[in-house]
Design a protein around this ligand. Structure first.
Ligand code: 1YM
Length: 665
């Protein structure tokens, strides 16, 4: 590592060389800086760092597959069939290039040489980070008939690279074991994370086969999409009625960038846009998205005017009108992507805006010209959206005139809190009147507000915005939150930094939570993204000890915890020599006098509800986050949408197991 240090800093080597910047010590000192966290997310980031290199090799045109194996011994192996990381001696380090790439931070060399190359902009840099954070790593390169092999412990090579045999394979294989002293929370890899990642990579790189194998349980998956992002758009629209079977697709190179676009409309009211830059999702958009929107708005309006679908005196269709039912994947590949914003989720390269605009304008206009039936449907849908928008505005104006949304006019059902510091304020949305009664009585009225919900929350997936203004439950929710809705939505108005769903721990409760989530997901995703939405976790069981003034209840939140608590108590009693009647009910063996199953929140009195579910000292709140908006979107569609068959299948196959965790929130 001494060489690395010497070389660090301002020296500059030519592009075909590795840039030797630093040793690996900083990575072990501050892993979070390199992989985000040392929790489950950071752990899986290790797989991504290695596998991204394998995918980049395929994007560069040298490999066709990426295989990930979760090993029975806790390791992870990533293998590709590309050229293999070079094994010749590196001029700067005097060691093999393979060892250099794996031991020196910021070592990457992907931009040298001829041909078109793109990567996440960090090609190869991640491998050394993974090595540094792995207790053990084995790297093998199959090149020129030979197996080249090297091993490391915590980033330190155990001996130089050696040839250990012959092979007719070609490619790179990296096996690593996350260091438990770094990943203290967990070192267990999640197979679903792997398949999700590999599925995406396969969609984004057409013609690449990605596979996953979990040695721990024998699970296998493989992903291959001839159509790339065209298949991706089709997948996003599964379960939705599409306006045309055919997906608009174009791939063009401009200067040194590649622009790939796929578009298909469905008959829902929401938009599904997946923008990527060099296979990295950019949820906050950026220049590629701006270019795309400008182009689609112009093309659709131009087409509508030219073909008399929009009269002279009619206003242009707005971006929001054209968005309704739009599903699109935007993939740009460029040599030097600039990721901006706090979370680096936004593409900043200004030139990309014009590139995407140009490609989309030209080819989407052709597409509409060549498919007049589809064009008519798209314009028709946007026109309908425009009409609904105007109707919604009229309805809203009407409501506003009546004063319904004004901040001062809080819903009468709301039991507000007294604090005006919204950072400490919490709004509990409570199912049922009796539970709401207990909640009002038991709460800390300084910071906790209660909004009772009666009956079924409006199924917002199928309701348009204009209809929602007529729904009393939704109107009081919007009013209580103070954020407005639709064009008027303003997160800055949020009156409570915690919005807590408090529903029964049963199927009906889960349904109501799902309906509420649908509403937030569709109309106020910012509130979820801001980390403001939570679910309360009421206990399922009460274990009662003693009677009268000695009565005490232990609250237990699920079946597993019940079993654990009872077992622990029995063991404790056995250890202390207490005689146990083995024929007695189990909770009695544990020294309890009764075991209660709470059927609903309404069964708890004010004190109990406070103690178990509302008191910040004891409660469990689960924060809802849009980790995977795509999956959530699909599940919402299945659960709430028009497709009865899908919903039936989903509920029949998952009803016993489905819980809100499955909704990926
Ligand atoms: C399982 C992980 O890392 N594959 C991989 C990495 C490289 C190459 C091929 C490669 C790149 C180039 C030339 C080039 C890398 N090479 C480097 C460096 N799989 C995996 N496959 N030859 C081979 O970019 O010119 C970094 S990554 F720096 F050595 F060139």
């Amino acid at each position: 590592m001494a060489e690395a240090k010497k070389a660090g800093g301002s020296e500059h080597y030519d592009a075909s060389e590795i840039q030797v910047l630093e040793g690996l010590e900083p990575v072990r000192k501050r892993p979070g800086m390199y992989i985000g966290s040392t929790g489950a997310e950071g752990l899986h980031h290790l797989i991504k760092e290695i596998a991204d290199n394998a995918v980049d090799e395929a994007i560069a045109g040298f490999g066709t597959r990426v295989d990930v194996t979760l090993l029975a011994d806790g390791g992870c192996r990533v293998e590709d069939n590309g050229r293999g990381i070079p094994v010749d001696i590196h001029p700067k380090t005097g060691k093999s290039t393979l060892e250099t790439v794996l031991t020196i931070l910021h070592a990457g060399g992907k931009f040298g040489g001829g041909g078109y190359k793109v990567s996440s902009g960090l090609h190869g840099v991640g491998s050394s980070v993974v090595n540094a954070l792995s207790s053990h790593m084995i790297a093998e390169v199959y090149r020129n008939g030979k197996i080249n092999h090297i091993e490391f412990n915590a980033g330190v090579p155990q001996k130089p690279l050696e040839v250990i045999g012959k092979t007719d394979k070609q490619g790179t294989s990296v096996t690593f074991y996350p260091d438990p002293t770094v990943f203290k929370e967990t070192i267990e890899f999640d197979y679903d994370w792997v398949t999700n990642y590999l599925r995406h990579q396969a969609y984004l790189t057409k013609g690449v086969l990605t596979t996953a194998y979990d040695e721990r349980n024998g699970k296998r998956s493989a992903f291959y999409f001839e159509g790339g992002i065209k298949s991706y758009v089709k997948k996003l629209n599964i379960g939705k009625e599409v306006l045309s079977e055919e997906v608009f697709y174009v791939e063009k190179q401009i200067e040194d960038s590649i622009i790939e676009l796929a578009v298909q409309y469905n008959d829902t009211f929401s938009e599904t846009l997946r923008p990527f830059a060099n296979n990295v999702l950019t949820p906050d958009g950026g220049m590629h998205v701006i270019g795309f929107r400008t182009a689609i708005n112009r093309v659709v309006n131009d087409y509508a005017r030219k073909n008399g679908l929009l009269k002279e005196k009619e206003e242009n269709l707005t971006g929001d009108d054209i968005k309704e039912g739009l599903t699109a994947v935007i993939l740009v590949k460029l040599p030097d992507p600039q990721f901006e914003g706090q979370t680096k989720n936004k593409l900043g390269n200004p030139e990309v805006r014009g590139y995407v605009d140009k490609v989309m304008s030209k080819y989407f206009a052709y597409y509409l010209e060549e498919n007049p039936a589809i064009a008519k449907k798209i314009v028709g849908k946007a026109t309908l959206a425009a009409r609904a928008r105007k109707a919604a505005r009229a309805a809203r104006d009407n409501v506003i005139r009546k004063g319904a949304f004004e901040g001062l006019n809080l819903p009468s059902k709301l039991a507000d809190c007294s604090s005006r510091d919204r950072a400490e304020c919490e709004l509990f949305i409570v199912e049922g009147n009796s539970a709401a009664g207990s909640a009002k009585e038991g709460r800390d009225s300084r910071v906790q507000a209660i909004l009772p919900l009666r009956g079924k929350v409006l199924n917002t997936e199928r309701a348009r915005l204009d209809k929602m203004f007529a729904n009393a439950e939704i109107v009081s929710l919007i009013k209580a939150m103070g954020v407005g809705i639709g064009e008027q939505f303003d997160i800055n108005g949020l009156r409570y930094y915690k919005i807590v769903f408090m529903t029964d721990a049963d199927v009906d409760g889960a349904h109501i939570s799902t309906l509420l989530l649908t509403f937030f997901f569709r109309y106020m995703p910012e509130v979820i993204k801001g980390g403001h939405v939570y679910m309360a976790k009421p206990p399922l069981f009460g274990l009662i000890k003693g009677t009268g003034s000695n009565r005490k209840i232990d609250y237990v939140y699920d079946e597993v915890a019940l079993e654990n608590t009872v077992n622990a108590k029995i063991e404790e009693r056995l250890r202390s020599g207490t005689k146990i009647d083995e024929s007695a009910e189990r909770f009695k063996q544990a020294g309890y006098t009764a075991q209660n199953r709470f059927k609903g929140l309404g069964e708890m009195d004010a004190n109990q509800l406070w103690e178990t579910t509302m008191d910040p000292k004891h409660r469990t709140l689960i924060r809802v986050n849009i980790e995977d908006a795509e999956k959530a979107d699909a599940i919402f569609t299945k659960l709430m949408g028009d497709e009865v068959e899908l919903r039936k299948n989903f509920i029949q196959s998952r009803a016993k197991t489905v819980n809100l965790d499955d909704l990926d929130f």
